[in-house]
Design a protein around this ligand. Structure first.
Ligand SMILES: C[S@@+](CC[C@H](N)C(=O)[O-])C[C@H]1O[C@@H](n2cnc3c(N)ncnc32)[C@H](O)[C@@H]1O
Length: 249
């Protein structure tokens, strides 16, 4: 089945507007260190799903023999091609209908994409289909149960109940939707899809303008490194990373 793509990055300079025009060095480093901890060291065929312009390519190019950056946006994929040339293949399409064969990949990741997905169950079923038995998927989930969101709910500033397992759709952020997920909700989906969870990390724990000013990025990155495993059991960070495996047959 086909789903409406809720966030179209065609014609949007995500690299410049989101990553270069705003200080997000800490968030970028936090993503990278999580990926380094979770991705297998050697993979034959790997895909970055919703990989955009390949911001994170430096983390997987050396680990995989063949790399595919997959995205809906041709703008993003053209930028990726300009940056990485023959080191990557690009494929365009929709996550709900991936242009990959069954069992084609032995590794994939999907980072900063779930907030655009209305149907996590359908997206996860597609990721499962294209992975080989024994293959690994590293998935970042936009968490609805963060400490700031809990505080906003308790003080009446937000009506979204962070403890409710229902998917949160923050329509005010984008008219087409901006989804956040409860950890338990996605973990149930992973299980029902057939994945086993091998490791969980709490990521971007200190995502705050004030903390950046007080501690400076270098110090926050050092604290983040320790916090990713230590805080994983409570799952209160804005990004929760999962290392999932499709069982061997
Ligand atoms: C926030 S960007 C993240 C890019 C990259 N993963 C990163 O972390 O820098 C989200 C990306 O997901 C893509 N995307 C959103 N919905 C999609 C869909 N249904 N199918 C394919 N790509 C999609 C967008 O085009 C965009 O490039």
């Amino acid at each position: 089945m086909s789903e409406k793509v809720v966030s179209d990055y065609n014609g949007y300079d995500y690299k410049k507007e989101f990553w270069e025009n705003v200080d997000r060095e800490y968030e970028d480093q936090a993503d990278r260190m999580a990926i380094r901890k979770l991705l297998p060291k050697r993979m034959e065929k790997f895909a970055d799903i919703g990989g955009g312009y390949g911001r994170l390519a430096g983390e997987y190019l050396k680990r995989a023999h063949k790399v595919i950056i997959f995205d809906y946006s041709k703008t993003e994929l053209e930028q990726a091609k300009e940056m990485y040339g023959d080191k990557i293949e690009t494929r365009a399409g929709d996550i709900y209908k991936l242009p990959f064969k069954d069992n084609e990949l032995d590794g994939l990741m999907m980072i900063r994409v779930t907030h655009h997905l209305k149907h996590m169950d359908k997206a996860m079923a597609e990721l499962y289909r294209v992975l080989k038995p024994g293959g690994v998927a590293v998935i970042e989930v936009a968490n609805k149960r963060t400490l700031p969101k809990i505080a906003r709910y308790i003080t009446g500033k937000s009506k979204v109940n962070p403890f409710d397992k229902k998917v949160a759709n923050y329509k005010e952020i984008s008219k087409d939707g901006f989804y956040n997920y409860h950890p338990k909700y996605v973990e149930d989906i992973f299980l029902k899809t057939g994945f086993s969870t091998e490791k969980v990390l709490s990521v971007s724990n200190f995502r705050s303008k004030t903390l950046k000013k007080v501690f400076k990025t270098d110090n926050l990155v050092k604290m983040e490194d320790k916090a990713q495993s230590a805080l994983a059991p409570i799952r209160f960070a804005p990004s929760i990373y999962y290392k999932l495996r499709k069982p061997e047959e």
